[in-house]
Design a protein. Sequence first.
Length: 255
Amino acid sequence: MIKNNLMTFIKSLRNSFSLIKMLVKEIKENKYISPKMLITNLYKNKHIKYKTFNIQGIQKFKTSNTLFLLGSGPSLNQINQDHIDHIKNHNSIGINKSFIKNDLIPTFHQFSWEPGKYNMYHNLFAPYRENYEGVICLVSFKAIARLIHPLTTNSLFPNGEVKMCLYNLPPSIQLNSNRGTFIDNDFKKTLNYRGTISLMLHFGVNILGYKTIVLLGVDLNTNNHFFDNDVLIQKFWSKDDRDALYMKKFGVNKQ
């Protein structure tokens, strides 16, 4: 028993060290705003109201056993009002820039908030902040380490009283040159592999316990998005930028 307790303690220390290491790295390399802007915004936004929830706390927003994951693939443009009405009868998680689909407001939303993209998200999300009031924002501690918070980067969050769930990123499945395929044991502890889709699959199944997951706008055969012709987004994120990013992250260049 002493041995088991010792191993648990060592594992806890190792996890804590990894978390601290990640936080320091994000603050140093990927912070969204400067220290000066941080202090200015904290004072300017001191009146902002927000509520934070942990994983257990957001269970009360679960009103269905079916969860729709809203990606950004071009197939999202094919849904009609009947589809939207059906989705609204269940729960949904918007992912990354799916907020541009203005007639489909999710229960939860997971922004990507990539490093160095504060100005882009500040401008892109501005027209949608009002409609997103009441949506629960899923915010990892990595995002907090990038100084993203309603008091510091308020323009990245919905209007009104902000609701956000703070969570630790789960471990991810690791593949290497010696093993290029998945095995059953990979999925016993996590569904998180790489990218926000797998992270939200893990969130929906292993954390929130949904029984049915429906993928919308998750088009694995293309890099294109439903918003590629949006005038505003073209000012900040061209197709060339997108393809370069996906090649760097995933080593693919789909059309």
